[in-house]
Ligand binder design. Structure first.
Ligand SMILES: Nc1ncnc2c1ncn2[C@@H]1O[C@H](COP(=O)(O)OP(=O)(O)O)[C@@H](O)[C@H]1O
Ligand SMILES: [Mg+2]
Length: 267
């Protein structure tokens, strides 16, 4: 199962959600990979801490190989690093990804990520994307089975949702018929404020696929980033850890239901 976490808006919680859901997947015993495609490398630093500064291989080398043809390219596994957390690995990003982008785009390498990830042996792959719809994001949307959209209840983010869903639909139509929108993840939810509640209710009324589990706002997230420990490893009993676990279970359950329905259709 390959999931991409995508929103063209920055600061909505893409990296936070990617890493925390991946950490739960890994803690549940699934072999899990985070693919960080944002040159800012926030997910990489979140999972590797200062170890991110001394990496020999990153996603930059992985993509660079596509531009400089080699008879014997390094296998994708060589660019992947184990995190301190059991079952959890990362294909880390670094700033140099930024410079490669235009070249990769002009040389039509858009399907290469999909080919590489399809050849890997992981139970769950979580792809974090930069806040833009360019080469890396499109590659991720082509490679993924499903797409999660973090949403922070902000009015500008709400307006951007419609364009964003159109963009995903276009990628599905042109490149990846399998891509489904698994849902909108409401993040930084403040249950005591009226406006967020109203926004979420309106999105549901409009028929947008808002997931049941809402992720609360909590300053504990800053500590989690600073200590480079996903919530489940920082404080397993914290409200946010439980919300991430519930969200992960919700995704797994709907995935199972969908797979069953498809099997029935085929039978
Ligand atoms: N549930 C949350 N509660 C409080 N702060 C959050 C939460 N989720 C994310 N943040 C904060 O919001 C900022 C952006 O989060 P991040 O995951 O980096 O977003 P993105 O990857 O979309 O840019 C970070 O400073 C992070 O600490
Ligand atoms: Mg990010």
């Amino acid at each position: 199962m390959k999931r991409v976490v995508f929103n063209q808006k920055g600061g909505v919680g893409k990296s936070t959600i990617t890493c925390n859901l991946a950490a739960i997947s890994a803690a549940n015993g699934a072999r899990t990979l985070v693919v960080d495609l944002d040159p800012q490398g926030n997910s990489s630093r979140y999972l590797l801490g200062d170890g991110v500064d001394s990496l020999e291989h990153t996603a930059t080398g992985f993509f660079d190989q596509m531009l400089n043809f080699k008879l014997r390219p390094l296998p994708t596994e060589d660019f992947i690093t184990a995190t301190p957390f059991e079952n959890l690995s990362v294909l880390p990003a670094d700033g140099a990804l930024e410079e490669l982008q235009a070249k990769l785009e002009s040389r039509y390498k858009i399907y290469k990520l999909k080919e590489a990830l399809d050849a890997l042996d992981y139970d769950e792959i979580w792809i974090d994307t930069p806040p833009a719809l360019h080469f890396y994001t499109r590659s991720a949307l082509i490679a993924a089975d499903s797409c999660l959209i973090p949403f922070d209840c902000d009015e500008f983010a709400r307006r951007a949702l419609y364009t964003l869903l159109d963009n995903v639909a276009e990628i599905r139509a042109d490149h990846n018929g399998d891509l489904e929108v698994e849902g909108i993840v409401v993040n930084q939810f403040q249950p005591r404020a009226n406006l967020p509640q109203q926004v979420v209710a309106e999105l549901r009324e409009e028929g947008l696929p808002v997931l049941n589990t809402l992720i609360s706002a909590s300053v504990k997230i800053k500590e989690s980033h600073q200590q480079a420990k996903p919530m489940i490893h920082l404080d397993r009993s914290h409200k946010l850890s439980q919300e991430f676990a519930t969200l992960h279970a919700e995704l797994q359950a709907s995935q199972k239901a969908r797979a069953k329905a498809e099997a029935r259709k085929r039978a």
